[in-house]
Design a binder for this molecule. Structure first.
Ligand code: IFM
Length: 721
């Protein structure tokens, strides 16, 4: 079995937020931040739950962090042993990403070593488990306080209006009730393997088991913890469910076995190897680890937030990141998960319809920051001015209309990759028709030229607001209409009864000619003589300067670059790949020379202020045969959660967390870029362009429902595609 180890031997309180991300363990239902057992909310410790949200007062609605069942405080001979309070003699924190196990081992002065490993069970996703060991070099009296800590980290909380900590014999419980009335129940059982006295104690926010015992020099005591979390979204009585789950729970070693066996199966489905470049292999496998660990495998309709399950940043919401950047990984490795992601969009269609109505539009305007039911959590004031501390009006919610096209693009991609059109019949066609209607209702007609426009939008580059005819947005809208025309033709031919039923419900067939016209008449940003596509009307007239020059104008490093008076707004400096994203997403339409011209033009003007950017340029560099230029961009994406010092602020808003879209983008760069894969009905073909030093690449994927090994170079003999 391969290994995939992330580790650090230093301890630095400043790095706690980013370590919490890098060392995250998760199982699709919840994410446990990679903080240490003695850490609480001040270190951003959290057990973040997928798909359960709450709003406190006028604050942003965000996902819930559950009461934390892995809290352990250790005392030797009456003194606390905890970082950073007690300086360690040696310290190591590890993530064994091959097996999904978080580990730490700290040796304190006085010769007490505290080691702990923990898991979020990959199969029984409500279960958490840990095993902590205390070893002493000299006789010592030890106290361990193991707790469920309800004093959780919240960005816009507190989210629990009621906390009921309690204990029943060996079982500790906390039942928490959110402001919106949902319940979160946590139950934990702690067992210690040496003679001890135990008392339980519950106070306002926590419930604890206090173990007191003595160890002789050289002895080790082991504390095993199993815990379960259920919410009222899962079952009507979450506390009973959590208690039952813990009572029925097997021991830690058994849980560890079934957990690692599940990880082994996941890695078999998603195996990646790069011969000749251990750093790149490590980074891309680490990216795959994150995507696998946050994949919703336990249900049939849920999606992955932009910051995964690493906390409340970006309101735990679903963005276009999922369909455009993560979906390819899931399609290639866990196609059922890809369908689950798209069912989330189908099931949130009502929310998208309501949002369209709110803006006086027809059809489906998907949420820019989507929570359950398609509720758009995006605030009108999404950034805070660093100088005044006042909220700044942003227009992401109102004008990033390309989100609806991303949903359709995702549906279409799933159907094409799996060869299974069921998704259209399971509600996808309705989404598609409402998307086509939405874009049509947005069209502005330039009467004299008989041309249609999409005005006042924000494209992928968020620094430029209120722009007209953003190339990406227009082409994605055109794609939606074309997809609607093609899919309805297919539906009429292959499933006439479904066609008739849907038409009866939506009355779309009368609108098809209008979509045909829209495909033809919507303004297209054509490549100029030099092949460069203007990002939006008037972009070339903006000040042409460099990213560094714009950065030098900042008066505060956390200042927001976009919006009404941001340093980039009046310049050609862009936040993230925009035209370049279009060229990849519609790659069958653009010649290599066009990609070349736009890559050369836009790369020096791109700040990469979003982690969604570098991977798109990596793909473009591969397309034009420059894999060595693609390489650092690929690595930047793949290492987004490994390298410390990433962008953690937008104005005064904390935006740290994991970056699953960057991880997915890195995977895309490997699959579509370096391997040069193209997918057809009868299989996958490769046209590899490998960077220097790479001798071979091997990827395990699923295509059309069968496992396939994509391989080139030194591993070409393993290939079956
Ligand atoms: O979806 C992205 C957007 O493109 C840039 N800002 C962050 C969002 C979430 O990752």
């Amino acid at each position: 079995m391969q290994t995939l180890l992330i580790q650090t031997h230093d301890y630095d309180a400043e790095k706690l937020p980013s370590r919490g991300n890098s060392f995250l363990i998760a199982n699709g239902y919840m994410g446990v931040r990679g903080t240490l057992e003695e850490h609480g909310k001040e270190a951003l410790a959290a057990v973040n739950l997928a798909g359960l949200y709450d709003r406190y007062g006028q604050g942003w609605r965000e996902p819930i962090n559950a009461p934390h069942p892995f809290s352990i405080r250790l005392f030797a001979n009456g003194s606390p042993l905890a970082l950073p309070l007690t300086a360690p003699l040696a310290h190591c924190q590890q993530l064994d990403a091959q097996r999904g196990v978080h580990l730490r081992e700290t040796r304190f002065a006085g010769g007490v070593t505290f080691a702990c490993e923990r898991i979020a069970h990959m199969e029984q996703v409500h279960l958490l488990a840990s095993q902590a060991k205390v070893t002493v070099e000299q006789d010592a009296s030890i106290q361990i306080i193991a707790a469920i800590d309800g004093d959780v980290w919240d960005i816009h909380g507190p989210h629990f209006r009621m906390l009921e900590p309690s204990s029943q014999g060996q079982l500790l419980t906390v039942l928490a009730t959110t402001n919106e009335g949902d319940q979160v129940a946590v139950c934990a059982q702690h067992t210690l393997d040496c003679p001890h006295t135990r008392t339980n104690q519950a106070d306002g926010k926590a419930t604890s088991a206090i173990f007191t015992f003595s160890l002789r020099a050289g002895e080790t005591a082991t504390l095993s913890t199993v815990a379960a979390i259920y919410t009222s979204k899962d079952v009507p009585l979450p506390l009973s469910a959590a208690l039952d789950a813990v009572r029925r729970c097997p021991s830690y070693p058994v849980l560890l076995d079934t957990h690692t066996a599940c990880w082994q199966r996941l890695w078999q489905a998603a195996d990646i190897a790069i011969d000749g470049d251990a750093e790149a292999e490590h980074a891309i496998r680490y990216s795959a680890y994150h995507l696998l660990s946050i994949a919703p495998r336990h249900c049939s309709s849920l999606s992955v937030p932009a910051r995964g399950l690493s906390g409340q940043t970006y309101k735990g919401a679903i963005f276009w990141d999922t369909e455009m950047f993560m979906l390819d990984f899931y399609l290639a490795t866990l196609p059922e998960v890809a369908k689950t992601l798209m069912h989330y969009r189908i099931d949130t269609l009502e929310g998208a319809r309501a949002k369209a109505r709110e803006y006086g539009l027809r059809g489906a305007f998907y949420a820019w920051e989507s929570q359950e039911g398609g509720y758009d959590a995006c605030s009108d004031y999404n950034v805070t001015d660093v100088f005044t501390g006042r909220p700044m009006r942003t227009y992401f919610r109102d004008r990033q209309i390309h989100i609806t096209a991303a949903v359709v693009y995702g549906l279409n991609k799933v159907v094409r990759w799996t060869g299974d059109p069921a998704l259209w019949l399971e509600g996808g066609a309705e989404v598609l028709m409402e998307a086509a209607r939405f874009y049509h209702s947005l069209l502005v007609k330039r009467v004299e030229q008989d041309a249609y426009e999409l005005r006042d939008v924000i494209g992928p580059d968020e620094y430029h607001e209120h722009v007209n005819n953003n190339a990406y947005t227009n082409e994605m809208a055109r794609f939606v209409w074309q997809c609607a025309l093609d899919t309805t033709a297919w539906l009429a031919r292959e499933h006439p009864a479904d066609y008739a039923k849907l038409d009866k419900k939506l009355g779309f067939s009368a609108e098809l000619p209008a979509y045909r016209q829209a495909v033809e008449r919507l303004v297209r940003q054509e490549p100029g003589k030099d092949g460069v596509i203007e990002q939006f009307d008037g972009y070339f007239a903006l000040e042409d300067t460099t990213v560094d020059a714009v950065r030098a104008r900042l008066q505060d490093p956390r200042e927001y670059w976009g919006g009404a008076y941001g340093v980039a707004s009046q310049t050609q400096v862009i936040k993230q790949a925009d035209v370049i994203t279009l060229l990849f997403m519609q790659r069958e339409r653009y010649r290599r020379e066009i990609v070349h011209a736009n890559y050369d033009y836009y790369l020096p003007r791109t700040e990469h202020g979003s982690s969604l950017s570098a991977c798109m340029y990596a793909l473009a560099a591969c397309t034009i045969g420059r894999p060595d230029d693609a390489y650092p961009l690929f690595l930047k994406s793949a290492q987004a959660d490994l390298v410390e010092g990433g962008k953690e602020w937008a104005g005064l808003v904390y935006i740290g967390g994991t970056h699953p879209a960057a991880a997915g983008g890195a995977y895309m760069a490997l699959l579509w870029g370096f391997l040069g894969a193209t997918a057809q009905r009868d299989g996958l073909t490769l046209n590899p362009v490998l960077p220097q030093g790479w001798r071979g690449v091997r990827l395990r994927v699923q295509h059309y429902g069968r496992p396939v090994t994509l391989a080139c170079g030194s591993w070409a003999k393993d290939a079956n595609h």
